[in-house]
Design a protein around this ligand. Structure first.
Ligand code: CMC
Length: 392
């Protein structure tokens, strides 16, 4: 009989070889193509990081300008796609809309579906990186009952996204450069994270030869779960539910109780067992943004700070190596910027699109690639004879 290795949750199985992202969970180290995440967050910008993830090297100035030009040319979505949005219930969660609309891209962009053609793969990548902010912003506008705002190619990637989310015809959005920078940093910190659940989903979907839009839609669907990308929304909702600092001990008690399914959202990570290096940068960004906006003594923030302090000293969290992760701080920044919690995971999705597409591309270009097909340990009934319905 066949013998299989049983590894629930794939805690010790490498599913692929990859040269894109390196994580050392014990050291709290994260490298994109060899470059430390904190250096990229501080000195680079999201589109340069996109180029780096996709192509493996930092671009020279002319190459970067050309890349930005190509991404920018693809920011609009087909006008007919507007009708597709309108088919959703008006109060749809933007993630629900995004899963559908991104999947529908394969019905609109027939000239980038042939995955055996490098040029088509490149165009599909450009389209996804360029259009995801437009689609996320449209999903938001639709959920708010506000008119869609077209992309503006004179703005940077982050400025354009903020403008598409917050401009209304009656009042154009005033872009604050420091907020655009913080937005860009959130995109950068989420750009890739090796073989997490959604990336593995994209690779598995792509291993069958499915088109890139279908694969990214699958990734978005997986990301939505509260144990993964949905944690940023769940974390802020938890902070609000806790409400005041004096309620924290009660929630800490619940998180430690084996019989209570409650977990502290925004804490813990499968790989990081020291600290999440993204959380470190995100925390600095949160402090800057809150100071800039003058909202330092907001109640949610007080709860967040105190919760972090208590958890970092608590024996349970210390012994299990549970540290605040990237999602603990990103929600605080996004809320301060004016985003509703329902937009937190869409923002994660648009940021991660470049990681998904880079990993997909790496897999497609690997000649040893074959369809992902895990086996199982069968625990069901042994062979038995069918019994007619009147004899059961
Ligand atoms: N609060 C309380 N206890 C926790 C938590 C938490 N947030 N996370 C893990 N534990 C406990 C868990 O109960 C288990 O205890 P025991 O060994 O006694 O059974 C132990 O710590 C190990 O947890 P696990 O679930 O086996 O670990 P995992 O690697 O499967 O899960 C995780 C990692 C991120 C899903 C988990 O820590 C979690 O659910 N965290 C909250 C959700 C969250 O913030 N997710 C965002 C992750 S970062 C961004 C992203 O990936 O999208």
């Amino acid at each position: 009989a066949d013998v299989f290795t049983y590894d629930p949750g794939f805690t010790s199985t490498a599913s692929c070889e990859s040269a894109i992202t390196f994580i050392d969970g014990d050291k709290g180290e994260l490298l994109y193509r060899g470059y430390p995440i904190d250096q990229l967050a501080e000195k680079s910008n999201y589109l340069e990081v996109c180029y780096l993830l996709l192509h493996g090297e930092l671009p020279d100035k002319a190459t970067l300008d050309d890349f930005i030009y190509r991404v920018t040319r693809h920011t609009m979505v087909h006008e007919q796609m507007h009708n597709f949005f309108r088919g959703f219930r008006r109060d749809s969660h933007p993630m629900a809309t995004m899963v559908g609309v991104v999947g529908a891209m394969s019905a609109f962009y027939h000239d980038s579906l042939d995955i055996s053609d490098p040029w088509q793969r490149e165009v599909a990548s450009m389209r996804l990186i360029a259009k995801l902010p437009t689609i996320a912003a449209m999903a938001y506008k639709y959920s708010m009952g506000q008119p869609f705002v077209y992309p503006r190619n004179d703005l940077s990637y982050a400025e354009n996204f903020l403008n598409m989310c917050f401009s209304v015809p009656a009042e154009p959005y005033k872009i604050e450069p420091a907020l655009a920078k913080a937005m860009d940093r959130i995109f950068t910190l989420h750009a890739d994270h090796e073989q997490n659940a959604s990336t593995s989903t994209v690779r598995l979907a792509g291993s069958s030869g499915a088109n890139p839009f279908a694969c990214i839609a699958a990734g978005i669907a997986c990301l939505w779960g509260p144990a993964h990308g949905g944690a940023n929304q769940a974390c802020l909702e938890m902070l609000r539910e806790i409400g005041t600092v004096d309620q924290i001990p009660e929630y800490i008690k619940r998180a430690k109780d084996k019989d209570d399914p409650f977990r502290l959202m925004g804490f813990g990570h499968r790989v990081y067992k020291n600290f999440d290096p993204r959380a470190k940068v995100m925390k600095e960004s949160a402090d800057e943004v809150l100071e800039l906006l003058g909202i330092e003594d907001n109640e949610t923030l007080k709860v967040a700070k105190e919760l972090e302090r208590i958890a970092l000293e608590d024996e349970y969290f210390v012994s299990k190596k549970l540290y605040p992760n990237v999602d603990f701080y990103s929600g605080i920044i996004l809320e301060a910027m004016g985003f509703p919690t329902s937009m937190f995971t869409p923002i994660f999705a648009l940021s991660r699109t470049v990681g998904w597409i880079s990993q997909w591309k790496e897999m497609i270009e690997d000649p040893t690639n074959k369809i992902g097909r895990p086996r199982q340990l069968y625990t069901g009934a042994t062979a038995r004879d069918y019994v007619d319905v009147d004899k059961r």
